[in-house]
Design a protein around this ligand. Structure first.
Ligand code: 8X3
Length: 250
């Protein structure tokens, strides 16, 4: 699969080294986009970029200089997928590990703001832009022990709404794609500090949690609607999950 950056529409995907980000890079490339894969882990994004005929740019969304360097490399884009994010810990509010909470806010919220602020000129230059913010059902409901992550993902929802208001009148659409339970290699493993048993328990007995590809499919759909069609929000969960506390397990 190859794409020519001079003739294709260009998409930037953050957090493209694994999970939903990598699947989204593949899905957008399959739709003909030239995909810029941005993430910290250079080896992974280089392999992915080679596979999909895209480009790898090492980028840490928590670092202003790194984000500025990304922006300098992509003067014109059409799609920005703010996917970089993650959770760490399950501490209650009364035992909050503020370093962990700060990490989550910086990555999920300020990272999104940093990248969006830096790439808005490139989206404007593209003349018809779509920003897809990867939120979460954690931005729709609360659950015990989730405070640091749910607060950050609620912020992603509100930021998406704010951006939509502020950019009204410009040819840029904002969508928040909010997945529920998605089984990826890393999300729960990172959350539980590398404890595979705890990570596996999240999905125990659940008939078909979503896969990264399911969410990527939704993002690619959003990114390929006609220019006048704005998909504000898309909540996507496995059939087995009705709510945070209502997950059918066999
Ligand atoms: C992940 C959803 O339920 O683990 O974004 O918070 S949840």
């Amino acid at each position: 699969m190859t794409s020519d950056p001079t003739t294709s529409r260009t998409a930037v995907v953050t957090g493209a080294s694994s999970g939903i980000g990598a699947a989204t890079a593949r899905a957008l490339a399959a739709q003909g986009f030239h995909v810029v894969c941005a993430a910290r882990r250079t080896d992974r994004i280089e392999a992915l970029a080679e596979e999909i005929g895209g480009r790898a740019i090492t980028c840490d969304v928590t670092d202003e200089t790194s984000v500025a360097a990304l922006a300098a490399e992509v003067p014109t884009i059409h799609v920005l997928v703010n996917n970089a994010g993650g959770a760490v810990g399950t501490d209650r509010v009364d035992a909050a590990d503020l370093d962990a909470w700060r990490w989550m806010y910086d990555l999920n919220v300020l990272g999104l703001v940093r990248v969006t602020r830096a790439l808005l000129p490139a989206l404007r230059a593209g003349g018809d832009g779509v920003i897809v913010n990867v939120g979460s059902t954690a931005g729709r409901w609360a659950y015990e022990g989730g405070g640091g992550y749910t607060a950050a993902k609620h912020a992603v929802k509100v930021l998406s709404e704010t951006l939509r208001l502020e950019l009204n009148g410009e040819p840029i659409r904002i969508c928040e794609v909010a997945p529920g339970m998605v089984r990826t290699d890393e999300f729960s493993l990172v959350r539980f500090g590398g404890d595979q048993e705890k990570a596996d328990a999240v999905y125990a007995g659940v008939d078909q949690p979503l896969l990264a590809e399911d969410v990527a499919d939704a993002i690619a759909w959003v990114a390929t609607r006609p220019s006048h069609v704005d998909i504000d929000e898309l909540v996507i969960k496995p059939r087995a999950q009705a709510a945070a506390h209502k997950v059918h397990r066999s």
